[in-house]
Ligand binder design. Structure first.
Ligand SMILES: Cc1cc2nc3c(=O)[nH]c(=O)nc-3n(C[C@H](O)[C@H](O)[C@H](O)COP(=O)(O)OP(=O)(O)OC[C@H]3O[C@@H](n4cnc5c(N)ncnc54)[C@H](O)[C@@H]3O)c2cc1C
Length: 589
């Protein structure tokens, strides 16, 4: 077997990573920045001035905007050049998604393209991709049914082969279909005959036998079309089966790996916009004879908004670059581009789930505090926070709910461990052994980041200790202990975010000096300080639920040691962070 040069998925839990081994957003190339600026231009000129019109779904406006975005190439950033796309890498695709995601209704523009891009035959790709990339065709992804949401493989939609063998006849119902109202091409998942697993089909609107339900009346992302769809004897040419029969569920899951990282990117864009507005409003709003930005309570909110988003951003671009490197490596090993992309995204499925959960929850925090900073105006539809607050909430629900993604995080990692792809079991045994020995507190190292690196190592030990003990206790039945899975997943999430942030800031400091990055240093210090308490609580909750006696006492002591923080004046750190944002009148990290 060829040895891998680049990080593998999940490896962050058991391996030390060096700052120079990760990509940081400060390293985007000029070309990437140019693409970002094209997206920003489009957003500022075409979308932001018309938010109300878009939300009201004024006649054909969204379709018109999608077509304009297509003309600029913004719908085909990841589509290879031979299919009239831009053929850009993962990071560039995430960067453009970040900008387009600033307005949530526009975040899912490419939803119908990826299944065909990665699983289509050459004929299918030639037929559909250029039109999807140019915006001539709008795509949709039809998996969910009234009775099949999180349990997506349980759908009842059914396809049967026509007697002349030329068509599949599709009957069934789909629900919550984004772009449903205007899409021209749908990727529809349905079972052929009495198959156990779904198959996937490319369905054109013109095939007939398709009825659309009313537009759903939603809490947020009102500009995006969401409909039920009914298929009644819809005739799909046999050549439009996507991938192999019975492999549709795999396609659906693999597409979701990409969808989750993209969601994190889109959420990041929304979050930065909310921070911008929060800071601007705080600077403008005067109470008690001064700008409310002068108040410590407001500064703490602004700082925390920024810390949470900075953590997500650090993890997002680290992960997407790791995926890109794995794609290149898989291609070097002889895989087709499409297989390389699918496999690299699968390799980082745990990180993708972590990003989906942490980003969507960070955004909910950011918008909630945004409303609070705006006070009464936060509650008014005249100001931007009301929409941002409503639009944010969906992110914890689609692309797999956050509960499902938390469970998947642990599941993906344990599966890798059982397949001997990740030495989780031996690492967790080593931690258990360490607990039996006399702790070595070593010398106190006061150099920059020394405390944070030590804590990070210990956080990972806490994750390994709890996960290892739970896996040993429940074996295959761990799946039924969902509360414990939530605890473990939250600990792992904190490890990944803390590490990504720490490596990023360390890399920045190495490139320049610590004085230029004092706010970033403060952000990572506060995040790790808070993470210590969160990890302590999650670990305690988990361990108390299944261990007892001496074993429990020993593990609790270990957890206490692994999460022991020497203390931080987080008030002052948050003030340092907020000051920079307030002085610069907006998001600046
Ligand atoms: C605006 C919007 C756009 C959407 N766009 C699309 C689209 O384009 N294409 C598409 O196919 N779908 C789409 N969806 C559907 C979306 O993916 C589903 O809503 C989501 O997967 C959850 O399914 P559900 O709504 O049936 O919830 P359910 O699965 O019924 O879940 C309800 C609750 O139960 C929890 N739960 C479910 N199973 C478990 C379990 N095993 N263990 C613990 N807790 C569990 C969930 O976490 C959740 O909290 C969209 C939904 C919305 C609202």
């Amino acid at each position: 077997m060829t040895t891998k040069k680049y990080p593998k998925g999940g490896e962050f839990l058991v391996k030390e990573t060096k700052p120079q081994d990760i990509f940081i957003p400060e390293e985007f190339s000029e070309e990437q920045i140019m693409i970002k600026e094209t997206c920003s231009d489009f957003l500022e000129k075409e979308i932001l001035p018309r938010l109300d019109e878009i939300d009201n779904q004024n006649d054909g406006l969204m379709v018109n905007l999608l077509e304009k975005a297509g003309e600029l190439g913004l719908l085909g950033v990841s589509v290879p050049e031979k299919y009239d796309g831009f053929g850009q890498d993962m990071n560039t695709s995430m960067l453009s998604t970040e900008i387009m995601g600033t307005f949530s209704s526009f975040a899912h523009v490419g939803i119908g393209t990826f299944p065909i891009l990665y699983y289509g035959t050459e004929d299918q790709k030639n037929k559909y991709l250029p039109k999807l990339a140019s915006g001539e065709y709008k795509g949709a992804y039809c998996l969910t049914e009234p009775g099949a949401g999180s349990d997506a493989n349980s759908g009842k939609s059914k396809a049967t082969l026509s007697s002349d063998g030329k068509h599949y006849i599709l009957n069934g119902q789909k629900m919550w279909i984004t772009n449903g109202g205007f899409a021209d091409v749908y990727t529809v998942f349905a079972k052929i005959d009495d198959d156990k697993d779904l198959s996937a089909f490319i369905v054109e609107k013109t095939y007939g036998g398709i009825k659309l339900g009313q537009e759903e009346k939603k809490m947020g992302i009102k500009g995006s079309s969401t409909c039920m769809m009914f298929f009644e004897d819809c005739e799909i040419p046999v050549e439009n089966l996507l991938g192999e029969r019975g492999k549709g569920f795999k396609i659906a899951l693999n597409i979701l790996n990409n969808g989750r990282i993209k969601l994190a990117a889109a959420v990041l864009g929304s979050g930065k916009n909310v921070i911008n507005n929060s800071v601007k409003y705080a600077n403008e709003r005067v109470q008690f004879g001064q700008s409310i930005a002068n108040f410590g309570a407001i500064q703490a909110k602004i700082a925390e908004q920024s810390i949470r988003l900075f953590a997500v951003e650090s993890a997002l671009y680290r992960c997407s670059n790791d995926i890109q490197n794995n794609i290149v490596e898989f291609i070097e090993q002889g895989m087709s581009k499409e297989n390389a992309v699918i496999n690299a995204q699968k390799e980082f499925a745990a990180e993708a789930a972590i990003l989906k959960v942490s980003a969507s929850e960070a955004l909910d925090f950011v918008v909630d505090e945004g409303v609070q900073i705006y006070g009464g105006m936060g509650y008014s539809a005249e100001a931007p926070m009301e929409r941002a607050y409503r639009d944010s909430r969906i992110n914890r629900i689609f692309e797999g709910t956050n509960e499902i993604n938390r469970m998947l995080t642990v599941d993906f990692l344990l599966k890798k461990a059982f397949k001997n792809e990740l030495p989780l079991l031996s690492a967790s045994q080593a931690v258990a052994k360490e607990l039996m020995s006399i702790p070595d507190f070593g010398e106190v190292d006061e150099s920059l980041f020394a405390r944070e690196y030590k804590l990070l190592t210990n956080f990972k030990k806490a994750a390994l200790l709890v996960a290892g003990a739970a896996a040993q206790k429940f074996m295959q039945k761990l799946n039924y202990e969902q509360e414990i899975l939530m605890n473990i997943s939250d600990i792992i999430m904190d490890c990944y975010l803390a590490e990504s942030m720490l490596l990023r800031v360390n890399k920045l400091v190495d490139l320049k000096d610590s004085n230029s990055y004092k706010e970033q240093i403060a952000m990572v210090e506060v995040f790790i300080y808070d993470a210590a308490d969160r990890i302590h609580k999650n670990a305690k909750d988990a361990l108390n639920s299944f261990a007892s006696g001496d074993e429990l006492r020993m593990m609790l002591l270990g957890i206490k040691r692994f999460t022991k923080h020497s203390g931080l004046d987080s008030k002052t750190s948050r003030r340092i962070i907020a000051k920079k944002l307030i002085d610069e009148n907006g998001h600046c990290f």
